[in-house]
Design a protein around this ligand. Structure first.
Ligand code: SAM
Length: 246
């Protein structure tokens, strides 16, 4: 039993490797998050392999769904399966079933965003999506306040402004950030500036976004930025101040 994770384009259909196309052709089935979306790619390249929906809702039935096959290619909506998508859970399951798991190198949003940002790339941390709310979000933001490496985050358009505000509270308004929007698409844009400027620029954003934050150096911000953090997070003043200072 063989599962091959196939990275697919994040915008431009040309961003796919020859090996990925070969695997999509050879596999008995292409399991994917969205059969319509992956179908567009397969049709574009004239690949007749049948598709099978395997998203976060159908993953619990994955074993049954995949049992008729011995060679499965897996593609998520865009980029590398396993990075902030159901691919990671499928890999965990497939290893549990004793399948051979292979991952092809290929497109992902985080790497082009990082390297085009102009921020240090020799050490970085990938944070993916921050938790939407609650204690977990607070803890992740507090951890970022101490992060000495460049940080890469994913965010959806409707949460981008709130996340920029929270990051501004933690990093301070003048902290360097890059916002990569619609990578490899017609409206690709890479904004490079401070968190304050990014917040002004992306008040009502559209598209897909990767945020790159420069490494944090020195003590965490105090004063106005900290006050904003306290208001945004609803923490008691001293508690957050202490946490940021630790
Ligand atoms: N597996 C994907 C990868 O390898 O990058 C990520 C999947 S995650 C569900 C989707 C997120 O990736 C989006 O919300 C956005 O943050 C980021 N993303 C995907 N395509 C993008 C693009 N063309 N430009 C900017 N960000 C993108």
């Amino acid at each position: 039993m063989r599962l091959v994770l196939v990275p697919t384009p994040i915008g431009n259909l040309e961003d796919i490797t020859l090996r990925a196309l070969r695997v999509l052709k050879e596999a008995e089935v292409v399991a994917c998050e969205d059969t319509r979306r992956t179908g567009i790619l397969l049709r574009h390249y004239g690949i007749p392999t049948p598709t099978l929906r395997l998203d976060q809702h159908t993953l619990k039935r994955a074993k049954d769904l995949l049992s008729p096959y011995t060679y499965v290619a897996y593609a998520t909506d865009a980029g590398t399966p396993g990075i902030s998508d159901p691919g990671a859970e499928l890999v965990r399951l497939a290893l549990e079933w004793g399948w051979r798991v292979e991952a092809l190198p290929g497109p992902t949003a985080l790497i082009p965003a990082l390297v085009a940002s102009g921020l240090p790339t020799h050490r970085f941390t990938f944070e993916g999506f921050l938790p939407k709310a609650g204690r977990e979000r607070k803890e992740r933001l507090l951890a970022l306040a101490r992060e000495g490496r460049t940080a890469v985050l994913y965010e959806s358009p409707h949460r981008l402004a709130q996340t920029l505000e929270d990051l501004l509270a933690v990093y301070g308004p003048e902290h360097p950030v890059a916002v990569a929007r619609e990578l490899s698409k017609v409206h690709e844009e890479i904004f490079r500036g401070t968190l304050r400027e990014a917040l002004e620029r992306f008040r009502e954003p559209r598209g897909e976004f990767v945020l790159i934050l420069g490494p944090k150096a020195g003590p965490p911000p105090a004063g106005e930025a900290l006050a904003r953090a306290l208001r945004a997070e609803g923490l008691k003043g001293k508690a957050l101040f202490q946490a940021l200072r630790e």
